[in-house]
Design a protein around this ligand. Structure first.
Ligand SMILES: N=c1c2ncn([C@@H]3O[C@H](COP(=O)(O)OP(=O)(O)OP(=O)(O)O)[C@@H](O)[C@H]3O)c2ncn1[C@@H]1O[C@H](COP(=O)(O)O)[C@@H](O)[C@H]1O
Length: 131
């Protein structure tokens, strides 16, 4: 029986982030898949992220929604492991997405490619202080 009611939304990611960090710090690769990933090093974790991303693309090309959900879950999970390798919590990614809420991607892109205004010299025309 589960110790707590089923988690939803951001709580799932936060809890998974905590479990992954715990496995990272316990370092017991014989007992834990996550610890095994960490024992193989960052390059192995990043390779898994790349593989899972490719599997997401293939599932989407297949047009199979259920397979897509399964593969995206694998990608998110391995991405959370990669985040934990750099001591980043899933909540930090959620906060970045929240920061972008309502900010049009097209406007943001246009602002990036707009030339920066050149700073102009100060136009303070006040008379010099009298001697
Ligand atoms: N969410 C996941 C999760 N999603 C996917 N996977 C594993 O990720 C692996 C991905 O499968 P692949 O076929 O790509 O890889 P593989 O061929 O099995 O393994 P490789 O040798 O290629 O690395 C599978 O072994 C899955 O079981 C996960 N393993 C663990 N979790 C979570 O992490 C927690 C801690 O897990 P442990 O560290 O194993 O206790 C669990 O309680 C879960 O909440």
């Amino acid at each position: 029986m589960s110790a707590h009611p089923p988690l939803t939304g951001p709580d799932v990611l936060a809890h998974l982030g905590e479990v992954v960090a715990q496995r990272r710090d316990e370092g017991e690769p014989d007992k834990s898949y996550v610890a095994k990933l960490f024992s193989k090093g960052l390059d192995h974790i990043l390779k898994k992220v790349g593989e899972e991303a490719t599997e997401v693309v293939l599932a989407a090309k297949d047009g199979d929604p259920q397979k897509l959900v399964y593969e995206v879950a694998d990608l998110w999970f391995h991405s959370i492991v990669a985040l934990a390798a750099l001591k980043v919590e899933p909540g930090q990614v959620l906060a970045e997405l929240a920061r972008r809420e309502g900010l049009s991607g097209l406007e943001e892109f246009a602002a990036r490619s707009r030339p920066q205004a050149t700073p102009q010299p100060a136009t303070d025309t006040a008379p010099p202080p009298s001697a």
